[in-house]
Design a protein around this ligand. Structure first.
Ligand SMILES: C[S@@+](CC[C@H](N)C(=O)[O-])C[C@H]1O[C@@H](n2cnc3c(N)ncnc32)[C@H](O)[C@@H]1O
Length: 258
């Protein structure tokens, strides 16, 4: 018989929390819109079964030990906004010596990625539930990441929503502080005005240098599979741009506080 959830009862008792950081954090413009989309039976099963093992609620309450989280000291790449996780699991399978901390707020996607990782026998993915900004700011130590991936972040095309875009100077300052010198940051977007904004803010930021000797966009690296959102953009005739920047060695630059 189908269990009817009583109001206030968690959707997945052993799964991700609905609002892990709670309301103790400041009001802030978010780069995502909360969605309550349907979770399939397979995703619900993966959330129940695998969240206790591979899930991380982003509650902003502690700095995490990445070696402890993954059970080894291999390099860790943060992926922000993995969507349904197909590209994430493909990249994890292709490079088992790299750990991927994949973060999104979207519950069906979290379940989907857990199920994909389980089915493929992957052990190098951990799934974060919540806002990547809180993760970076409150839960990751300085110089702890070996890379950052942001594939097809929400484009927020309307001018009045541009402030919601993830890739902004303050975000880059925060990310730079958590990345090791030499770490690669890889972004891709099918929204050309956003690509131009990304290129402008990365190029102007003292914490990063372009891996492309002439500046500009990078050719799509072989290691990035086509993502679900990218496929939708290509169907609409959108042009995809990749950006590959490197965290420069430490010098005087803005701090990430605040
Ligand atoms: C347009 S989708 C792209 C998904 C996937 N990368 C792809 O290419 O198919 C952007 C995703 O980023 C997530 N997102 C946006 N801002 C975020 C944030 N601050 N923290 C975590 N996830 C975020 C959204 O929930 C959404 O799933």
């Amino acid at each position: 018989m189908r269990h009817t959830r009583v109001k206030g009862e968690p959707r997945f008792p052993d799964g991700p929390k609905a609002d892990p950081a709670g309301s103790h954090f400041e009001r802030r413009i978010r780069s995502f819109q909360p969605r309550r989309s349907r979770v399939t039976a397979g995703q619900a099963d993966a959330l129940q079964r695998l969240w206790p093992k591979w899930g991380l609620d982003i509650d902003g309450q502690r700095v995490i030990d990445l070696a402890e989280l993954f059970g080894n000291s291999r390099p860790v790449v943060l992926e922000i906004g993995f969507g349904m996780g197909e590209a994430t699991s493909e990249m994890a399978a292709a490079d088992p010596d790299t750990n991927i901390l994949a973060v999104d707020v979207h519950t069906p996607g979290q379940g989907n990625l857990l199920a994909l990782a389980d089915r493929a026998g992957l052990t190098n993915i951990r799934v974060g539930n919540g806002d990547a900004i809180i993760l970076l700011r409150e839960m990751l130590a300085p110089d702890s990441l070996d890379g950052l991936r942001v594939y097809f972040p929400d484009p927020w095309p309307k001018k009045r929503h541009h402030k919601r875009r993830l890739i902004q100077p303050d975000f880059l300052t925060l990310a730079a502080s958590r990345l090791k010198p030499g770490a690669l940051v890889h972004c891709a977007t099918d929204w050309e005005p956003y690509a131009e904004q990304m290129l402008e803010v990365f190029t102007a930021h003292p914490g990063f240098e372009n891996t492309q000797s002439g500046g500009g966009y990078a050719p799509r690296p072989d290691f990035r599979p086509l993502t679900r959102f990218e496929g939708q953009g290509l169907d609409k005739g959108h042009v995809v741009n990749d950006l590959l920047f490197r965290r420069v060695p430490h010098r005087d630059q803005p701090t990430a506080e605040g």
